[in-house]
Each structure stands twice: as C-alpha cells, then as structure tokens.
Write a protein that binds this ligand. Structure first.
Ligand SMILES: Nc1ncnc2c1ncn2[C@@H]1O[C@H](COP(=O)(O)OP(=O)(O)O)[C@@H](O)[C@H]1O
Ligand SMILES: [Mg+2]
Length: 280
C-alpha cells in the first residue's frame, strides 16, 4: 500500500497498542507512520475565563504524549519512517478528516466511563473516516496466522474484501471468509418452509461469487470458507484470529447511522484488532 498511516494517540493504553499495530502495519505495507495527538481545549474551559499558564501546560503535556508515542513506535519498528503532529481541535472531527491511507486508534481512551467498551472518538472515526480504520485493544495477543473477513450478499463488503486479501497476502496469513445466514423469524409467514440443504448450498455460492475476482487476483492467499447458520456478529467473533475485517455498513444500512449494527457489534465483542473499511 505505500502511503500514510495515521495513528491517534491520547496517552491511554489502547492508544499505545494502536501505535504498535500501526508501526507493524507500516513495515508490512511500506507506508510512513504519522502519530497525531489532537489537543482539545474545550474540557479545560471550566472556569469560562482564561487560566494563566494553562496554554503552555496543555501544549507541554501534549508534547510529552507525542514524544512517548514516537519512542514506542521507534522501539517497535526502528526502520519505519515516523513523524508526529500536534493539532488543536475536536479529536473525532480532526482524526476523521485526516488524509491517510489508514487510521489506527484504540477501542477506548482516557475518558469514557468504567464499563464502556468503545470510546466516542472510536465510534465516530470508525463510522465516518474515508479510509480504513483499525481499532486496537490494549490486551496483547499471540499471533495465530489467520485473519477473518465478513462476506455478505451485497456489494457493500467489496472494499473490506479487497483490504482483507491484501492483509492476508502481506502477512502470509490464512484468510477466513465468514458468511452468516439466518432463517427469518417466522412472524409474518410461518408457512414458508426452507430446504436447509438448498439454503446452505446457496449461501456457499454467495461466498464464491463475491470473492471470485479477488481469488483470481490473489492466488497465493490460503482461504477457509466459513458459512454459518448464526448471527453475523457471533460468526465473526467466534473464531480466534489476528484481525477481523468488516465493512462499515451492510444491507440494513441507514444513511444516518455512524456504523452498521454488525460492525458495531463486532467492535464491541471482538478480542482482537478490527478493521472497519468504509462501504462505498
Ligand atoms: N485527543 C486525541 N488525539 C488523538 N487521538 C485520540 C484522542 N482522543 C482519542 N483518541 C484516539 O481514539 C481512541 C479512543 O478514544 P476515545 O474514543 O476518546 O475513548 P474514551 O471515550 O474512553 O476516552 C484512543 O485510544 C486514541 O487512539
Ligand atoms: Mg477520549
């Protein structure tokens, strides 16, 4: 991909994990890494009049956060080209408007409440950025050698599939093509009976058709077809892997929603990094 990977840092443990993931991916793809900290003065304006020296203290603290993040990246991948930026503004808006080939952030940050699984910046950036957004958790995990991608029956997952094949190739990892199907709840038409063998065959065919072009383009990628009668979130998060890739919206998409329900569910329940790739 050569390009620019931007990692957002706020000094939290998940954001440190995001820096390490971003440094690894920069090495894999040949991209440059830029570490961005957005200085949001708004929460400090409690007194509604300027506090002497607050100005300098905030910039100084922000500089320390960036310095520590840069050291983390250089330790992790000494050969990757790393730079840092301090930008003032609202974190989610600034991050999602960055021109990058990929954005990497933590699943949580320094704020939020104790039980929260996803931070507000995470939700907003993952749903709205123009490039793939990788959400990383603080917990480290061992490399498994397999990544998973959600395949649905719409064109909306195509950018996610393209990203997934490329990641699998770069990592030399097996790519699990995960497609979940469910018989609709029989509230309206209980008399419809499905031949389950036919349904399974048809659902497997969806995976074949949707991935045919990419299989031809990436013959070296080892694939596992995983067609499950399950809820998509369950199907996507039930197998341990190094990375789960989903589109930002699926069939049920409402234009106003930040993220589709499956993408949101996967971000909540996954134990590994999740790449959300914007659906066209
Ligand atoms: N001010 C910021 N500058 C850069 N990145 C940020 C900033 N705030 C949050 N992020 C990124 O977004 C991730 C999630 O943080 P956030 O959504 O703010 O969670 P919380 O609500 O727990 O604070 C962080 O791990 C970090 O990668
Ligand atoms: Mg925060």
């Amino acid at each position: 991909m050569a390009g620019l990977i931007i990692a957002g840092v706020d000094g939290s443990a998940p954001s440190t994990a995001a820096i390490e993931w971003a440094a690894d991916d920069a090495l894999r793809t040949g991209a440059e890494l830029r570490i961005v900290h957005v200085l949001d003065r708004h929460p400090y304006d409690l007194t509604r009049f300027p506090v002497p020296e607050q100005e300098d203290l905030l910039r100084e603290a922000a500089g320390k956060v960036l310095g520590a993040a840069e050291a983390t990246a250089r330790n992790r991948q000494p050969t990757v080209q790393v730079s840092t930026r301090l930008i003032e503004g609202a974190p989610a808006a600034v991050l999602r408007e960055q021109e990058a080939s990929e954005l990497v952030i933590g699943n949580r940050g320094l704020g939020g409440f104790a039980g929260a699984l996803l931070g507000s910046v995470t939700m907003e950036v993952a749903g709205r950025a123009g490039c793939p957004v990788v959400v990383v958790r603080a917990e480290r995990q061992e490399t498994i050698g397999e990544i998973g991608v959600g395949v649905d029956d719409t064109g909306t997952c195509e950018p996610a599939l393209g990203y997934a094949f490329e990641q699998a190739r770069l990592r030399g990892a097996t790519l699990r093509l995960i497609h979940a199907w469910q018989v609709p709840v029989h509230a309206f038409a209980p008399e419809i009976l499905y031949d389950l063998a036919e349904v399974r065959a048809a659902q497997r065919e969806i995976v074949r058709t949707r991935t045919a072009a990419l299989r031809a383009k990436f013959p070296e990628v080892n694939l596992v077809e995983d067609v499950q009668n399950a809820h998509p979130v369950e199907a996507l998060t039930s197998t341990a892997c190094d990375l789960i890739i989903v589109g930002s919206h699926g069939r049920g998409a409402l234009g106003s929603l930040l993220l589709g329900s499956v993408s949101r569910g996967v971000l909540h329940h996954a134990g590994c990094p999740v790449a959300v790739v914007r659906s066209q």
